[in-house]
Design a protein around this ligand. Structure first.
Ligand code: ATP
Ligand code: MG
Length: 270
């Protein structure tokens, strides 16, 4: 459990030669662990996942510094097909499913592109609707007609069918009702325990992913400003106030101006 599956060291990603979206971050995902990456809009979460999985756009972007190691192998800058062959599977923030294919066909694409390196199938074409019964009634529907939540579930199911060694989920709770969020978290925890993959979950909804994770990182302006065991982050006062929407004191609800002022003056890393 404590052996590192993925180690990111001083990674820097620059768009268009000027936008340093990720500014020298270091992170570690233990083998079999669940790590959460949380932060506000534009913090660099999606860019980090894209850099790990090789889904950076082919033009106008560069990894200018640092390394990503997977199973102690340097995978910095590998293409998406190469990381997929190693068992790194991503549920992207956008374009999660093939809209012009049916639900069943989306799952078949996942199955056909599954990683051969993994020892066991977590989910197969024959049991996927038992694992995700909410998708069963939509089996023959085009994915474009699914609701946002159904689409997210289909994306997660199609990713799991690829037999990930490391599953990256961008905006995990996007479009899911609180009840469905809890069901998905429960399902991922169960499947992870049974099949032993590792998980990196990204979300603006810090609570949803910190409750699932063992360890968490908070990213702001492309920098990791805080990290620690997820249970500790969940009870940390600053994290509660600015990422979990908790009030600071007796009847004192945080105003938008307070939050902006806090962001202007705060230096967690100073
Ligand atoms: N293709 C691109 N070209 C130029 N800048 C980009 C590109 N993609 C992202 N950025 C910029 O990089 C920064 C980080 O973006 P990123 O999408 O990684 O943030 P995020 O934390 O995932 O945000 P969100 O919570 O809104 O999804 C932002 O300032 C964004 O505008
Ligand atoms: Mg994003």
């Amino acid at each position: 459990m404590s052996e590192s599956l993925l180690v990111i060291d001083q990674l820097e990603v620059v768009y268009g030669r000027v936008v340093r979206a990720v500014q020298g971050i270091s992170m570690r995902i233990p083998d079999g662990g669940t790590v959460a990456l949380v932060g506000l809009n534009g913090g660099g979460k999606t860019t980090t996942l894209r850099a790990i999985s090789g889904f950076l756009p082919s033009e106008n972007v560069a990894i200018t510094q640092g390394t990503v190691r997977f199973h102690d192998q340097d995978i910095t800058g590998l293409r998406a097909d190469q990381t997929a062959a190693l068992g790194i599977v991503i549920v992207p923030q956008l374009d999660k499913v093939f809209g012009t294919l049916t639900v069943q066909e989306n799952l078949e694409v996942g199955w056909r592109t599954r990683s051969r390196g993994q020892a066991r199938d977590s989910i197969t074409l024959s049991n996927v609707f038992d694992v995700f019964p909410m998708l069963a009634p939509h089996r023959e529907r085009l994915a474009i007609w699914l609701s946002g939540g159904e689409r997210q579930l289909l994306a997660i199911a199609a990713a799991l069918i690829k037999r990930p060694a490391l599953l990256l989920v961008d905006e995990m709770s996007l479009g899911l009702s609180p009840l469905l969020q809890r069901q998905v978290i429960h399902k991922l925890t169960e499947l992870k325990r049974e099949f032993g993959f590792s998980l990196l979950v990204v979300d603006q909804n810090a609570r949803a992913v910190l409750e699932l994770a063992d360890y968490g990182y908070i990213i702001e302006n492309g920098m990791i400003v805080r990290d620690g065991p997820a249970a500790e982050l969940l009870v940390n006062t600053e994290v509660q106030e600015f990422y979990l929407g908790r009030r600071s004191g007796e009847g004192a609800r945080q105003s938008y101006r307070d939050v902006k002022q806090y962001h202007r003056t705060r230096r967690w890393w100073g």
